[in-house]
Structures are given as structure tokens and as C-alpha cells.
Write a new protein. Structure first.
Length: 374
């Protein structure tokens, strides 16, 4: 009994009825529904709903001078961790909070937190002048905006609060961090997530193409060096990993959650580190040195970069941190396998090869292309 605050009304024939009975009944159903929603949602499946008509589900701005300024949230459409849907887009419904004290400074900034009180009823709508007694026809939950300093830690919030932005302070005053990605339900929920999804898809496609060329060349070689055998083994592991993620990636794409994308690409990076474990110590050192020839990343640094991606915890309030790290390792792998795929044969070393850069002008791309000349 103590786990719930609201309970069904004991309706009895002839009892006196008051508005509180109906309010309590509404609260009873709402509490049970929210409890169920909270249990059915994954811990990292909340936040912004997908964008509609290319319009953002969140509009955040600041106004005023440092001493008397405010942060305004003009619109929001999304779920809290507890499963409560918050939707408003009318500027008259905007919520705000004042800037921190002028003397305060937090290097990491302040979380901008939107909170809803489901059981606090705020009258809304236009009263009917012909109705007696006069009343507002509807009620809305109470919503509010707060600034919570980070202070070197990752803040945790209640089920009915969600981070919507990050406020920073510099010499010029307060500013909203444009790199911050708020908690989002899907990759289609935020413009930056859409860009990341497009970038990841393009990079994985390039890696897949390069690795297939490497496998084809290596298998066609009459004899293979130790480095070539190791590169072939790792390339096969990469192809297996890409084939395992392809179906969901193609068919769900922007409907994937940020967590699912990070999970998938972390596993992809893990397949390469696992492939290195399949090699003997000598072969492993040889292939890492061989990679160093073509991507300029020291062997220990390459392994460390892979390990950091694999072991970095995911935090839904720090989505961009994970996205940046994943993009970094994908770009590294694209450059590495791309360079090896352009060699005359797998296992070829830089000695005796002149690497020249030339810019190829065409109507589709202005990227630099590398030409390998014997």
C-alpha cells in the first residue's frame, strides 16, 4: 500500500460527492499508468520525439543581460524517464528560469532541466462566459525550468525531470552550448543525431568497400607475408561484424535509439580488438607496426583508442561524448583500411613507394585523393 500515493475511491450509494473524489480518481489512474510506463521503458529510452517537417522538437534561447537574464524554453516535445509526455509549442506556454548569480562560475556549466509535476493541476483554456460558476475548462500539469550546476559530476534526476540543454559562461556572458545533444528517443529526434547517422553510414560503407578489396587482393596473392595473413584475418572479422549490423542499420536507420547506435558501433570496434587477440604476440606486434606505416598511429595508441571506445560507459545526458568518440575511431579505421586497399598488394611496405597528393576536380567531389606510385 505504501508504494502508491493514490487509491481507488470507495463509491457508496447515497454518499456525498465532491470534486476531490474525481481528482483522486484521475490521480489514481495516472499514477498506475505512469508507474507502468516507467517500468516498460528502457533506462536510456526517453527524451525528444522525432522531428516533424524538419522542425526541432526543442526550442531553447536566452534573453537579457547577465544580471537579469533568463533562459527560455519555447517548445518541447518528448518523454521524461518516468514516461510522462510533455508537449508544448506555444510561446505563451514557454517556461523560463533566471541566470545564476552573477558571481557564480561553473567550468562545466549548468544542466538546463525541465521538470513536470503530474499531480499539480494548473487551470488552463478559455472560460465559458455563460457557465456558472465561472471556471477554466481544463487543467495542465505544472512544469518548470531549473539550472543545476555540474560541478565535475554527472547529475541524476527524478523520473519527471529531463535535461534539455547546457548553459555555459565565458568572458562575454552566458551562452547555450550548441554542441550539447539533449536526451533523445531516436536518431531522428535531433538534427545533430541525424548528421551523425548519415556520417556513420557513409563511413561504414567506405570501410566495407575497402575491406572487401583487401580480402580480394590478399586471397589472390600466390604467397602472403605474415603481415598480409594478419591483415586478411582482421579484414574477415570486420566483414563479419558489418554483415551482422547491416539488417537493422538499413531497415531501421533513424528509428534506432542513440544507445543502440553506440552499442552497435562499439561492438564493431570490439570485433577488431578481438581479432587482434586471435593473433600470436609476434604477429600482433607486426601487424600493428604495419598499420602504423599507413595511418601514423602508434601501436599502443591504436589499441588504447579501441579499448577506450569499448569500455566507455554510455550516458544519455552526455550523448555527444559517445558520438564524438565513435566518429573518431570510425574515421581512423576508414583511413587505415582505405590506405591498405589502395596498395598494389597486401603486405606492401612504404620503402620504395613515393606518395604524392593530387587534387582531382570533378562535379561530384572536391576531396583530396592519394595516388600510390611505384
Amino acid at each position: 500500500m505504501s508504494k502508491f500515493k493514490y487509491f481507488p475511491v470507495n463509491w457508496v450509494q447515497g454518499m456525498s460527492i465532491s470534486p476531490e473524489h474525481f481528482v483522486n480518481t484521475e490521480n489514481f489512474f495516472m499514477e498506475r499508468i505512469l508507474r507502468y510506463n516507467g517500468l516498460s521503458l528502457y533506462p536510456d529510452h526517453y527524451g525528444l520525439l522525432p522531428m516533424t517537417d524538419e522542425k526541432s522538437s526543442l526550442v531553447l534561447r536566452i534573453s537579457g543581460m547577465e544580471t537579469f537574464g533568463h533562459v527560455f524554453l519555447d517548445s518541447y516535445s518528448g518523454f521524461t524517464p518516468g514516461g510522462y509526455l510533455i508537449q508544448f509549442s506555444d510561446s505563451e506556454e514557454a517556461v523560463s528560469c533566471p541566470f545564476p548569480d552573477a558571481n557564480s562560475f561553473v567550468e562545466e556549466g549548468w544542466d538546463i532541466v525541465l521538470s513536470v509535476s503530474p499531480y499539480e493541476r494548473v487551470p488552463s483554456g478559455n472560460p465559458d462566459v455563460h457557465e456558472e460558476p465561472p471556471r477554466y475548462p481544463y487543467v495542465m500539469p505544472s512544469i518548470s525550468l531549473h539550472l543545476i550546476p555540474r560541478n565535475g559530476k554527472i547529475n541524476t534526476y527524478d523520473p519527471f525531470s529531463v535535461v534539455v540543454g547546457l548553459l555555459r559562461k565565458n568572458e562575454a556572458g552566458y551562452m547555450i552550448d550548441g554542441n550539447f545533444i539533449p536526451p533523445s528517443l531516436f536518431m531522428a529526434s535531433h538534427q545533430d543525431l541525424r548528421h551523425y547517422m548519415g556520417s556513420f553510414t557513409k563511413t561504414i560503407g567506405k570501410i566495407d568497400s575497402s575491406v572487401r578489396k583487401i580480402v580480394e587482393k590478399a586471397q589472390a596473392q600466390a604467397s602472403r607475408t605474415s603481415e598480409a595473413e594478419s591483415v586478411l584475418l582482421l579484414s574477415k572479422e570486420v566483414l563479419r561484424s558489418i554483415s551482422s549490423l547491416n539488417f537493422d542499420w538499413i531497415n531501421r536507420s533513424y528509428s534506432l535509439t542513440p544507445y543502440q547506435v553506440i552499442q552497435t558501433l562499439t561492438s564493431f570496434a570490439g570485433s577488431i580488438l578481438t581479432g587482434l587477440c586471435f593473433l600470436g604476440k609476434k604477429e600482433r606486434e607486426e601487424v600493428l607496426k604495419y598499420f602504423y606505416e599507413w595511418n601514423g598511429i602508434a601501436p599502443a595508441t591504436f589499441e588504447q583508442q579501441l579499448a577506450e571506445v569499448i569500455h566507455k560507459p554510455y550516458n544519455h545526458n552526455r550523448i555527444n561524448h559517445s558520438m564524438v568518440m565513435i566518429k573518431g575511431i570510425l574515421d581512423t579505421l576508414e583511413e587505415l583500411f582505405g590506405a591498405i586497399s589502395r596498395l598494389e598488394f597486401v603486405g606492401q611496405h612504404k620503402e620504395g613507394i613515393v606518395i604524392s597528393e593530387r587534387r582531382i576536380q570533378d562535379t561530384s567531389s572536391t576531396d583530396d585523393h592519394w595516388t600510390l606510385v611505384d
